[in-house]
Design a protein around this ligand. Structure first.
Ligand code: FAD
Ligand code: FES
Length: 257
């Protein structure tokens, strides 16, 4: 784990409260694996609540990229950071996704939960896998990074609650269509998911229910980010686990909902 002083390269609005920020972060970028997160010290917040956790959207050639949604005080304060500013970023933290897959790699993201899936798709693809990405949101404005997946040559299947892009309904609808197809073809698969809790539970149950592997990235409120405060507890079959240390990615069969 590194506490790196990172210069902001780019910071821009993506629409609907989502933003993209990139940093010069050669040390973190070199160590990072998909599903890990960074704890960003947000300028302007008081000492007791300085940092906020964000998934690593991409780490490449010394650059660290994040996607975030403005939801409260910390993320609103982060909006004010400008290119050229230097920000303290701690990471990479936690346990990420495995980088191998016994069967079809099905990646499922909801809202900003798509953030760690781009990095994962890129590295799985580099190893010869053909990840298939399912993204969901309330409207088309909640579907992030579609251009980046397209540039990567990764197939994306989208669903929106209002039908403004992709299938109308939940992200699990196109996922279920694919699971039916794989079952008929007697093909194995693994699920990798990040997003809101109800979506994660639905994906985890599809993994455990079919005896398949599922890798679920849990989003819990964090304070220290390094295992000391126990703010980020997730119930597992082994008892209480800290999301920042034992997670944020857990095996689906280990999670207690
Ligand atoms: C491992 C991990 C990875 C994350 N990756 C990303 C990411 O890539 N992009 C992104 O936009 N966000 C991500 N988050 C969530 C992000 O950390 C929170 O949105 C942020 O900390 C909120 O800070 P705030 O001060 O703006 O909001 P606060 O003022 O603290 O809270 C505003 C509202 O958001 C809720 N909230 C706060 N933290 C969380 C949380 N962790 N989960 C759910 N609700 C929360 C609060 O209950 C409140 O309703 C991640 C969280 C974790 C734990
Ligand atoms: S955030 Fe402090 S133990 Fe996880």
């Amino acid at each position: 784990m590194i506490d790196e002083k990172c210069k902001v390269i780019e910071h821009r609005e993506l629409g609907s409260g989502y933003r993209f920020i990139s940093f010069e972060a050669p040390k973190i970028a070199e160590d990072a694996t998909p599903g890990q997160f960074v704890h960003v010290r947000v300028p302007g917040l008081e000492a007791s609540a300085l940092r906020r956790p964000f998934s690593i959207f991409n780490a490449e050639e010394g650059r660290l990229e994040l996607l975030y949604k403005t939801v409260g005080r910390g993320t609103a304060a982060l909006n004010g950071v400008k290119p050229g500013d230097v920000v303290s970023v701690m990471g990479p933290l936690g346990h990420g996704f495995p980088l191998k897959c016994g069967g079809a790699a099905l990646l499922v993201g909801g809202g900003y939960g798509v953030a760690p899936l781009y990095f994962l798709a890129r590295l799985l693809k580099a190893q010869g896998f053909s990840p298939l990405v399912f993204v969901g949101g309330r409207t088309k404005d909640d579907l992030l990074a579609l251009d980046r997946f397209e540039a990567l040559g990764v197939e994306v299947r989208a669903a929106t609650n209002d039908g403004s892009f992709g299938a109308k309904g939940l992200v699990t609808d196109p996922l279920d269509d694919e699971l039916i197809r794989l079952k008929a073809a007697n093909e194995k698969f693994e699920l990798f998911a990040c997003g809101p809790d109800p979506m994660l539970k639905a994906v985890a149950l599809r993994a455990t229910g079919t005896g398949s592997k599922g890798w679920i990235s849990m989003d819990r409120h964090m304070v220290c980010g390094v295992g000391a405060c126990y703010a980020c507890i997730q119930k597992t079959v082994r008892g209480n686990s800290r999301c920042c240390i034992e997670g944020p990615v857990f095996a689906a069969e280990d999670l207690v909902w």
